[in-house]
Design a protein. Structure first.
Length: 142
């Protein structure tokens, strides 16, 4: 409680409670997997720097889109990928979010609504698209 009193914005009490409840309900292994996934998706460490295990856990928890190499070699529309992955309701919704600088590809804020995803955007076969604070989509390269 002392940590919470010093800095309530860090939400230490809520995180501790969530971890304990998850451990009671699902067991320690599932709790560790959920924590690794949450850290990879929402933590301070960029997604491409997360461990292979953390990225695999994230893939199991977050929505994902699998793209073939030939789809991204010449560039694939980020807006279309966002719709395909369910984090945008339409291409115009995706473009508005991008224009409002509410979308990140990897660790880069995107402002160009015509942004295309290329092979170079992937690290070890995957990358992360974020929309706002809660919308995440893992892109997997096949």
């Amino acid at each position: 409680m002392e940590l919470h009193k010093r800095n309530p914005g860090e939400r230490q009490a809520q995180e501790t409670l969530a971890r304990l409840v998850t451990e009671i309900v699902h067991g320690p292994a599932a709790t560790a997997q959920a924590a690794a996934a949450a850290d990879a998706l929402f933590g301070a460490t960029p997604f491409h720097e997360a461990s292979r295990e953390a990225r695999a856990a994230a893939l199991g928890e977050a929505p994902s889109v699998t793209l073939a190499k030939h789809e991204v070699e010449g560039g694939a529309s980020l807006a279309e990928i966002m719709v395909r992955g369910g984090i945008a309701t339409s291409k115009s919704d995706a473009r508005r979010a991008i224009e409002g600088k509410g979308v990140m590809l990897g660790d880069m804020k995107i402002g160009n609504p015509e942004k295309e995803v290329y092979l170079g955007d992937f690290h070890e076969g995957c990358t992360l698209v974020r929309k706002g604070k809660q919308g995440v989509l893992v892109l997997v390269l096949k």
